[in-house]
Structure formats: structure tokens, C-alpha cells
Design a protein around this ligand. Structure first.
Ligand code: FES
Ligand code: FE2
Length: 376
């Protein structure tokens, strides 16, 4: 049984949190939103590693990430969330086009250089790439391309994106615990009997009696698991199939993917995908952004559509209950971690994905400390 390689101090110290944002979040490809959330001439404010960003699609339809700061006198351009139309500065009204170039300038005769060469005054830009419907940003200039960074997860996200249609459900809520506590909680099923005895244990459709989940830990950063669905559950679906119809990627298991550092993508049988990002708000607070993404069904009868509506409604209620249970326990973990002096213990087998995450985290941090040391 290994002890944790992450000191309790790293789950509570504000200075360490600032180092994480800089050395880890700004060096990693971080999930920012779904591609379809940028459709229809909107722009969107998000935070990555403490950097405020404005996301939008350019005139070619490619997602782009800009610093959310006006080129004129540095007002913040937009609040977090989605906004219709082009980016327009709230201070003096400069308007930016899809490429981040200032194209609408009140009293423009006062800014002859900008009018002559507007592209020179473009918003500062960061790396932004999408795989399927998943849009990622990396603040740091240097580093691997998204495909290389994601390894095998690239193909998974690409396949999962097939037929994705839009959000079925969404919430964004704070949990008063360090982001690593919330991620680690998502990476093990050991707590399920104690924390989720009234939710997961009853209705999740997983075959807990007969099979154990299978872990995939080969990648140095990311991990995933597959857990066979309960045979009766699958049979129930098969019976309803003529009404429900088909969806693009059907599998007979539950799958849970962790994309380092702070994204999880889970699905049961592929009829919807649960996309959760864990935004590091402060050293003791995480903002959980939860999206349930629907996929396209074909050959669905009206009765089948009703059934799926019920299944999704049950799913949304279930997600919120599980979120409340996990949030409650994470607060207790933070309270304990605040007092802890010794490293935590990590169970062999049952908590292997926690150990995997901690090892990836320690390496990422070490790399950043070396590079920070190098700069000094
Ligand atoms: S600061 Fe943006 S228009 Fe002046
Ligand atoms: Fe949980």
C-alpha cells in the first residue's frame, strides 16, 4: 500500500495554488467548452490557469482563444459565460471581429495607426485546438500538439463526439475543497458504498456483483476505466430497442475517462456523455462544471422518445444527487486535509487511478519547478 506522493500542504496552501496555476494549468491542454457551444456568432468568457480568456470561432469556423483584455486601455471585454454577437468593449465600445482584430472604433480619427493597420492591434492569442466537440486551450506557447498530449484519449473524444447534438443538462457549482480532492474523489469507487448507498448502489446499472472495473493506466497523464453493465440492464434496453432506435456509438459498459489535469468524460452505453470539468477557483474551492451531452438517435418512435426523456430526466436527478453526496464528502476531506500532518494512504488496486493521478501531478509539478528554477 503506497503513501501519497502529494503532501497535504499542497491541498491547502494559497501560494502553492498560485504555483499550480502557473506551472501546471498554463502548461497543460485544458478543456474549455464544447465546440457546439461556440456556434452561432457568440463569444464566451472562461478562465484557464488564472488567465481570463475570450473564446469564439473565427470566420473559418475554427475555435480561437484570446486574452479577454481590450487592446485600447485594457478593460475586460466580457464576463464569464456566453454572449451573443461580436466582442464589444464595455468601456469605449471598440468592436472586435472573429479574428480578434479591432474593426469598429468610435472616433477613429483619434487612432490613425489602428485604423491603418488594425491587425497589428489584434487581441493577444493562445493555443486553441479541438478534437471532435471538445475544445482545449494551452496558455504556454511551447509544448506538444493536442493530439500528442491526449494520446489514446484523442481517439476516444473523437468517437464520443460522433452525433453529439447539444446539452441535455448543465450546472456549474462551487465545492469548498481543493480541485485535487474533487478529482481524486471522481477517480475511485472505494467510497461508493459509504457515500452513495442510496444512489449509485441502487440504480446505476453496473454489474457490481459479477465483475470488477478494468483500469487503463498506461498513459502517463490520463487514465480510464470500463465497468461491464448489468446483464439485466442491457436486456432491458434491447427489449426497448425497436422503440428507442439507434445511436452512433453503442457499448455495453460504463466508461470513465480522466483527461489530465481536470476533465472527466463518462458514459453508460454511449446514449449520452457526462462531461465534467473541475476548475481550480482557490486553494480551497473548485468550481464543478457539469454537462450532459446528448447524441443523435435514429429510428425513434414517439413512445421511444418518451422513454428516453424519462431515462434522461432520471439521469439528471441522479447526477445532482451524486454531485451533492460527493460535494459533501469533499468538504469533509478538505477539513481533514487542513489539519493533516502525515501523507495520505492510497489503497492498492482499488485506488490505483488516484495513485496514477498523483504521480502525473507530481511529475507535472516537478517539470514546472525545474523550468521555473531554470528561469531564475
Ligand atoms: S478600453 Fe476598450 S474601448 Fe477603451
Ligand atoms: Fe462519488
Amino acid at each position: 500500500m503506497p503513501t501519497s506522493v502529494v503532501s497535504p500542504h499542497f491541498y491547502r496552501d494559497p501560494d502553492h495554488h498560485a504555483r499550480e496555476l502557473e506551472g501546471l494549468f498554463r502548461e497543460s491542454w485544458v478543456f474549455v467548452c464544447m465546440r457546439f457551444e461556440l456556434d452561432g456568432l457568440v463569444h464566451r468568457g472562461v478562465q484557464v490557469g488564472g488567465v481570463s480568456l475570450l473564446l469564439q470561432c473565427d470566420s473559418q469556423g475554427r475555435p480561437r482563444a484570446f486574452l479577454n483584455v481590450c487592446s485600447h486601455r485594457h478593460a475586460q471585454l466580457c464576463e464569464s459565460g456566453t454572449h451573443r454577437g461580436p466582442a464589444r468593449c464595455p468601456y469605449h465600445g471598440w468592436v472586435y471581429d472573429r479574428e480578434g482584430v479591432p474593426v469598429g472604433i468610435p472616433a477613429k480619427h483619434c487612432f490613425p495607426e489602428v485604423v491603418a493597420e488594425p491587425a497589428r492591434f489584434r487581441l493577444q492569442e493562445f493555443n486553441c485546438e479541438a478534437v471532435g466537440q471538445f475544445v482545449f486551450v494551452r496558455i504556454s506557447e511551447g509544448g506538444p500538439a493536442l493530439r500528442e498530449y491526449l494520446g489514446e484519449q484523442y481517439a476516444f473524444l473523437e468517437r464520443a463526439s460522433e452525433g453529439m447534438q447539444g446539452l441535455l443538462d448543465e450546472f456549474r457549482e462551487p465545492v469548498d475543497a481543493n480541485w485535487k480532492i474533487v478529482i481524486e474523489n471522481a477517480l475511485e469507487g472505494y467510497h461508493v458504498p459509504a457515500v452513495h448507498s442510496r444512489t449509485f448502489m441502487q440504480v446505476d446499472g453496473m454489474d457490481r456483483a459479477e465483475t470488477a472495473p478494468r483500469f487503463f493506466l498506461e498513459d502517463r497523464l490520463h487514465s480510464h476505466l470500463e465497468h461491464a453493465a448489468d446483464a439485466q440492464w442491457v436486456a432491458r434496453f434491447a427489449r426497448m430497442e425497436s422503440k428507442i432506435g439507434q445511436w452512433p456509438w453503442r457499448f455495453a459498459h460504463y466508461t470513465h475517462h480522466h483527461i489530465f489535469p481536470n476533465l472527466t468524460v463518462t458514459s453508460f452505453m454511449g446514449y449520452s456523455f457526462h462531461v465534467q470539468s473541475f476548475e481550480p477557483t482557490t486553494s480551497r474551492q473548485t468550481t464543478v462544471h457539469s454537462r450532459t451531452v446528448g447524441v443523435e438517435f435514429t429510428g425513434t418512435t414517439p413512445a421511444g422518445a418518451k422513454m428516453m426523456e424519462h431515462i434522461h430526466a432520471d439521469g439528471h436527478a441522479f447526477t445532482r444527487k451524486v454531485f451533492a453526496e460527493d460535494g459533501g464528502i469533499c468538504i469533509k476531506v478538505q477539513a481533514g486535509v487542513d489539519q493533516a500532518q502525515r501523507p495520505a494512504l492510497v489503497g492498492a488496486g482499488i485506488e490505483d487511478r488516484v495513485a496514477h493521478f498523483q504521480a502525473a501531478y507530481a511529475r507535472a509539478l516537478q517539470g514546472s519547478e525545474t523550468s521555473m528554477g531554470g528561469k531564475a
